[in-house]
Design a protein around this ligand. Structure first.
Ligand code: ADP
Length: 212
């Protein structure tokens, strides 16, 4: 699983892991954005909380993960942005026991506040496939277009500076305690997330090979 603050690069690294190793990824944040764009009951129910920068209730998130595992479970998977609270982590322990799957790694992407604000303020995301990039790292014609699927690259509506402050407060209060939780289980590995995506990915690859 990949843990870390908003903008720590969880989604980017999860995408690289899937592309290189073919391991399926589940990201509750990405699922909820898609549900919102499709206007489903779940999307509508959770959109306001996500837009404010609040975490979505644990019961909804754990239900999403259980559904996803019923479809994809069994052959290894990566969680991006899950768990984010102690009750979610406790539920996950029970779920993994039921699936007789051990947790190999809890990778914590450490980033400075400066990295977070820089990345979030220039982040663009494809509305169709979720590909994430930075406005400064890509050269665009008149309209930013996704290099993978030609979808429109837009700013996430929760990437606004005030909402980000709230997401960071949620992270500090509710997600930080998970570092201790996974440290005690012997699964925690901290990686410096302030670097280029390739350098971070090289560290993750090494950790995954060691754990295999
Ligand atoms: P980021 O890591 O950049 O904050 P995500 O895409 O992972 O972005 O999450 C976006 C939003 O989705 C969160 O701010 C929160 O409202 C909701 N969300 C995602 N994952 C969880 C989770 N595990 N528990 C509760 N809410 C979540």
């Amino acid at each position: 699983m990949l843990l870390g603050a908003p903008g720590s690069g969880k989604g980017t690294q999860a995408e690289m892991i899937t592309r290189h190793f073919g391991i399926p990824v589940t990201s509750p944040g990405a699922i909820l954005r898609r549900e919102r764009d499709l206007g489903t009951p779940l999307g509508i129910e959770t959109a306001e909380a996500a837009q404010r920068g609040d975490l979505v209730p644990d019961k909804i998130i754990v239900g999403l993960i259980e559904d996803w595992l019923r479809l994809h479970g069994g052959h290894g998977f990566v969680f991006d942005g899950f768990p984010r609270t102690t009750p979610q982590a406790e539920s996950l322990q029970q779920i993994l026991q039921r699936h007789r799957t051990p947790l190999d790694l809890a990778i914590w992407l450490d980033v400075s506040e400066q990295t977070i604000t820089d990345r979030i303020s220039s982040r663009l995301q494809c509305q169709s496939c979720g590909f994430t990039t930075s406005a400064s790292s890509a050269v665009f014609a008149e309209r930013p277009i996704c290099p993978y699927c030609d979808g429109p690259l837009v700013r996430r509506t929760d990437d606004d500076a005030a909402v980000l402050q709230h997401r960071l407060a949620e992270f500090n209060a509710k997600t930080q305690p998970l570092a201790d939780f996974y440290q005690k289980l012997g699964a925690l590995r901290r990686v410096d997330g302030n670097r280029e995506r390739e350098a971070i990915f090289a560290d993750l690859t090494r950790l995954m090979e060691q754990a295999a």
